[in-house]
Design a protein around this ligand. Structure first.
Ligand SMILES: C[S@@+](CC[C@H](N)C(=O)[O-])C[C@H]1O[C@@H](n2cnc3c(N)ncnc32)[C@H](O)[C@@H]1O
Length: 207
């Protein structure tokens, strides 16, 4: 894989074509610990309806499917390449209608109000131009008492060059806490943790 940071940043934002698939394979490898921590914090129950925003190669979706034998999982991503990759990875769950994948954007979720118990996004919030609207959309599609978890890596731990790529937006976790509360979440808090060498944070919102 070429390591031109601007090209890489664009692929991380919206993987496309063969290079996008290669980037997707790396995501599956590098984001395993982030996915595991996020899913642990979500505390998914067997009957939960779960939504992942920006599912990439679909590894966390597979785990969410495993955790919801009587539930339902939806995923949305704006990359056709990732929808195809995640679809292959989760073909059985798709056939069984346990999982539904949509092509679309976080600021306009194609779901009715109050349908999900749990919503999560791993390494996706950096790409939200209108993060306030994305948080409002999350609040809208969540059931009362639902929980959302937004995982992010601190900018100092990003791959060199991504910060200056013009593609990634660095925001403080406190900004997401405020946006979630402004969107109607009863509470929002951040938890910091090191994953390998990377400084990471999750923002946890309780609806
Ligand atoms: C860095 S990847 C992370 C993928 C996966 N969550 C993981 O941790 O391996 C970001 C993913 O979010 C998707 N994405 C970025 N911005 C998005 C948006 N505004 N709406 C929907 N999907 C988005 C990208 O297409 C990509 O698949």
């Amino acid at each position: 894989m070429t390591l031109d940071p601007v090209a890489l940043a664009h692929q991380l934002r919206k993987p496309d074509g063969d290079f996008g698939e290669e980037v997707g394979q790396k995501m599956a490898e590098f984001n395993a610990a982030a996915n595991a921590w996020t899913l642990e914090l979500l505390d998914i129950r067997p009957r939960d309806h779960v939504l992942e925003i920006g599912f990439g190669p679909g590894e966390a979706l597979a785990e969410a499917v495993r955790l919801t034998p009587q539930g339902y999982v939806a995923g949305i991503d704006h990359s056709e390449t990732m929808r195809s990759m995640a679809g292959k990875r989760n073909n059985r769950a798709l056939m069984q209608e346990h999982l539904e994948l949509s092509l679309g954007a976080a600021d306009e979720l194609p779901y009715p109000d109050a349908g999900f118990d749990k919503v999560f996004a791993v390494n996706v919030v950096y790409f939200w131009q209108d993060a306030e609207r994305c948080c409002a959309e999350i609040a809208r599609v969540m059931k009362p008492d639902g929980r959302c978890v937004l995982f992010m890596t601190r900018p100092d731990s990003w791959f060199p060059g991504l910060k200056d790529s013009g593609v990634f937006i660095a925001r403080e976790p406190a900004e997401f806490e405020a946006m979630l509360k402004g969107a109607g979440f009863a509470s929002a808090r951040s938890v910091e943790r090191k994953l390998g060498d990377a400084d990471c944070v999750t923002v946890i919102g309780e609806r």
